[in-house]
Design a protein around this ligand. Structure first.
Ligand SMILES: NC(=O)c1ccc[n+]([C@@H]2O[C@H](COP(=O)([O-])OP(=O)(O)OC[C@H]3O[C@@H](n4cnc5c(N)ncnc54)[C@H](O)[C@@H]3O)[C@@H](O)[C@H]2O)c1
Length: 370
């Protein structure tokens, strides 16, 4: 891979993402070089990762004092009780600020670990090693940390940038196809909100990426996607304005995930894919997006056999639940629901431009899908 480093520049911190194949064996060198004061390392790992991968990570780190947590990566575990337990143990074991938390998992483990690293002693060293496609192209960039509450997803959280991210394509080998598709959703989102040329490239190569798993194309898609997200977060780290465009499809997605009780019936990436196609349809109905471009997006979904109809997942009576969770979204300012819609492929509405009443969204969902 030629482009093996990308610097993310935010107001609070600049840090590198290291890209490559089989990078785990170099993690000690990177820590020694970038974080020379680290003595103790707490690895928070996804329980489901192949044993071989965890061993590959731990072997070069043997010279450090290590504490390992293996957690089940489900939305229910992304909670304050797990955070409390781990922080208490870190304090008991005298972990210092100069010591390090490593997240070894997808977005769930990453959001939780970053939150723990941020809160412990007002900020420990933090390294993110994303193991899902979604976390490599999205969740590991930009410093959002978060945990869930019964009131909704990610309603407690902070911004905390890592010291570096290690994006190793080799760890994706064991990833189930469902998770590859989920990650592709965020790649597609980046193209839809900001880069029409990238959308057409995905339109042409999407099948080769997610079905034939062409490594070269996948690497290119990951890198391009990271560049788009990094551009956005460097302009607006704390989501005051521009960063809100990343929420395209996400307000619906949060509604969908909440209505399914954040269960595996619909994972985050799938909810985002569904949220984006629903938001595109709504963009057309609001006369923002042309029929031609809506059809292009739909054709891409169709070509890749992606989920397009919420009726396949939800019953009509669940619409109220969807709306309930959409209203809980933290991007809302009033009783109305704040949405990012599409004006064109590659261009969204402005942040804080579209606010819709819940009854309007309910009517749209009912009339179009049921
Ligand atoms: N912080 C952010 O900016 C941000 C952005 C997007 C999403 N998120 C959050 O990320 C979470 C979703 O992340 P995700 O999609 O990465 O999901 P995840 O962490 O739930 O992982 C998905 C599944 O893949 C498994 N898995 C992970 N890596 C694997 C591997 N290499 N091999 C085999 N199985 C593996 C996990 O056990 C899990 O079952 C959500 O909680 C979402 O809110 C955060």
């Amino acid at each position: 891979m030629k482009k093996n480093k990308l610097i993310i520049r935010t107001k609070s911190k600049s840090y590198p993402i290291y890209f490559g194949n089989n990078l785990l064996k170099n993690v000690d060198k990177l820590i020694k070089n970038d974080l020379p004061e680290v003595k103790k390392i707490c690895i928070i790992s996804d329980k489901k990762l192949p044993k071989k991968l965890l061993a590959q990570l731990m072997k070069p780190l043997k010279k450090y004092e290590l504490k390992l947590y293996k957690l089940s990566a489900n939305e229910k575990n992304k909670n304050i009780y797990v955070v409390n337990k781990i922080i208490k143990n870190l304090l008991k074991m005298n972990f210092n600020r100069s010591d390090c938390v490593i997240s070894f998992g997808g977005g769930i483990i990453g959001d939780l670990s970053a939150f723990i690293a941020n809160l412990t002693k007002r900020g420990m060293r933090y390294v993110n090693i994303p193991t899902t496609l979604l976390s490599q192209v999205d969740a590991s960039i930009g410093g959002k940390t978060g945990i869930n509450t019964p009131h909704g997803k990610n309603l407690i959280g902070t911004y905390y940038q890592p010291d570096f991210v290690l994006s190793d394509i080799a760890v994706l080998k064991s990833l189930p196809q469902r998770e590859i598709v989920s990650g592709y959703g965020e790649i597609l989102k980046h193209s839809l909100i900001l880069d029409k040329k990238f959308f057409f490239w995905l339109f042409k190569n999407g099948k080769k990426i997610i079905i034939q798993k062409d490594n070269k194309l996948l690497v290119k898609a990951i890198f391009k996607s990271c560049k788009i997200k990094s551009f956005i977060v460097s302009k607006d780290e704390k989501e005051k304005n521009l960063r809100m465009i990343l929420n395209f499809g996400h307000t619906f997605a949060h509604g969908f995930e909440g209505a399914k009780k954040f269960s595996k019936k619909l994972n985050h990436g799938e909810a985002v894919l569904l949220g984006m196609i629903v938001a595109s349809e709504l963009s057309y109905r609001k006369k923002l997006l042309s029929m031609r471009e809506l059809l292009l997006v739909k054709k891409h979904y169709h070509n890749l056999n992606l989920l397009v109809n919420i009726k396949k997942i939800f019953k009509k009576k669940e619409i109220n639940k969807i709306i309930y969770f959409m209203k809980k979204d933290k991007k809302n300012f009033s009783e109305k629901i704040n949405l990012i819609l599409l004006k064109k492929i590659g261009k969204t509405t402005k942040p804080k431009e579209i606010f819709l009443k819940d009854v309007e969204i309910k009517k749209f969902l009912k009339s179009y899908y049921f």
